[in-house]
Design a protein. Structure first.
Length: 470
């Protein structure tokens, strides 16, 4: 994996494009047909344009001066548009009617179709400080006796590194170039302690896509059914990261591995839901049939991400193992209830069994189990179809105005052939910041728990005109 892939969702999250070759739709494919079809369609190098948006917190100094009292005022900037070329590498055809591969992606900034420059500067949440602090939230994360030592060390290191809750950063650094911070070098001291720190901060810069450009290992290795044995399985994921299930991430029944890899969909689609597997979510995404449409004169079925996919367990019980609440209250391992009342005697704090620190609002997908417990939450942009309380976290003059036409995700398929004619994938990444129980970290002491929309991006792709005619 890339150096920051353990923690961060990246632009690779929703980039997929159906084969623009003629769809192979026979019931029984030969190995020669499969190899010729897939080796061509997996390496077409079709450019994709992705638009990246950030929210500039225009009153960041006031928010930091009065945390918990002043709501962030967010103004959208962008789009910053990048072209992408994809290439499948290390392709291996297996004896069990599957093909294995890795995927390389290369991005280039396209200023003429952007609304802004990479040298633009914005105020945004300090992801390095949040990440370092969150690594100490649960006593025992580093070792059975790490509390309160690790919490105190981070509390001390944050001001020593001149880190603040919000930082002013260049857009180019937030995307691919990366932001430098002394906190990212705490593990440079070496030894067991240095190795322990580096395991939580395993990269030298932070950027949402830092280390991603040109990497063949970022999405890890896929194994996908070729359809040679059964055309209905064509393009479906059979393995990922060397495993045939997701049992290392989710309990049953959410441990099943499935969904399309996105490059090839089976033929003879009906109006049943479709799904595809996304490595940065560590799970399949479900699209529900919405309507019959025409795309450039061609009949198609349009599918859309439904509200229930991002619902919490109260509204969608089947999501409980995929989408847990942020966390439960935990016992402090000793009598250290604050930095001003910190003894080493037995703990006096015993939460009621099953009590939660906070509830998960509707419209968010909890990604912490997929991202090494970094507090990342996926939503549709501008919190489309999410709980109104998420919008109420911010100043009412903020640029948060969710609409279906601008913020919903959909895919249109030719049902008989399974060819993607059109897709619009829109993703927002939100980071939860909040106070700490027990030994406080001063930077977060008085903040209101907030799901902060750090970034959103959209990929809109249509089948080229020459392929539509064929």
């Amino acid at each position: 994996m890339g150096p920051s892939s353990t923690f961060f969702l990246t632009l690779g999250l929703f980039f997929f494009l159906g084969s623009t070759e003629t769809k192979v739709a026979s019931d029984k494919l030969t190995q020669r047909d499969v190899k010729q079809h897939l080796e061509t369609s997996l390496n077409e190098n079709v450019p994709i344009y992705t638009k990246i948006y950030f929210f500039n917190c225009t009153n960041a100094p006031q928010v930091m001066e009065e945390p918990g009292q002043v709501k962030p005022l967010l103004k959208q900037v962008g789009p910053y548009t990048f072209s992408e070329v994809r290439e499948k590498v290390n392709i291996t055809f297996n004896s069990n009617f599957t093909v294995s591969y890795q995927q390389k992606r290369i991005w280039h900034f396209v200023p003429e179709i952007s609304s802004g420059h990479l040298d633009d500067e914005i105020f945004t949440l300090n992801m390095v400080a949040v990440m370092a602090a969150e690594s100490t939230r649960f006593p025992g994360h580093f070792s059975p006796t790490d509390y309160p030592f690790m919490r105190a060390m981070i509390d001390m290191t944050i001001p020593q590194s001149n880190e603040t809750l919000f930082i002013k950063a260049r857009v180019g650094n937030l995307t691919f170039d990366g932001i430098e911070s002394p906190m990212l070098h705490m593990g440079d001291i070496g030894g067991d302690f240095g190795d322990m720190i580096s395991s939580e901060l395993p990269f030298d810069r932070f950027g949402w896509f830092y280390g991603r450009n040109g990497s063949a290992s970022w999405d890890d290795r896929f194994e996908v059914f070729t359809g040679e044995e059964d055309a209905a399985k064509e393009g479906k994921v059979s393995g990922w990261r060397g495993r045939s299930n997701l049992g290392d991430l989710f309990p049953a029944p959410c441990d099943s591995l499935g969904g399309s890899a996105g490059d090839v969909f089976p033929p003879d689609q009906d109006k049943s839901p479709i799904s595809y597997f996304l490595p940065d979510l560590c799970r399949p995404v479900r699209f529900t049939f919405k309507e019959e449409v025409e795309v450039s004169g061609l009949p198609a079925f349009r599918y859309q991400v439904e509200e229930g996919f991002l619902a919490n367990a109260t509204f969608n019980p089947s999501n409980s193992c995929f989408n847990p609440q942020p966390d439960l209250l935990v016992d402090l391992p000793n009598d250290c209830t604050s930095k001003f009342s910190c003894g080493d005697g037995p703990p006096n704090f015993h939460p009621i069994v099953g009590t939660r620190n906070m509830d998960l609002p509707n419209g968010l997908l909890n990604l912490t189990s997929c991202k090494a417990h970094f507090p990342a939450y996926f939503s549709q942009p501008h919190f489309y179809l999410a709980a109104p309380a998420l919008l109420e976290q911010f100043h009412p003059a903020s640029d948060l105005r969710p609409t279906e036409s601008e913020h919903a995700s959909h895919i249109s398929l030719m049902p008989d052939q399974g060819i993607i004619l059109e897709l619009a994938i829109r993703v927002q990444i939100n980071i939860l910041y909040r106070p700490f129980t027990g030994f406080e970290i001063d930077l977060f002491e008085d903040v209101a728990p907030t799901f902060y929309p750090a970034i959103w991006f959209e990929t809109v792709v249509s089948l080229p005109e020459d392929n539509k005619s064929s």
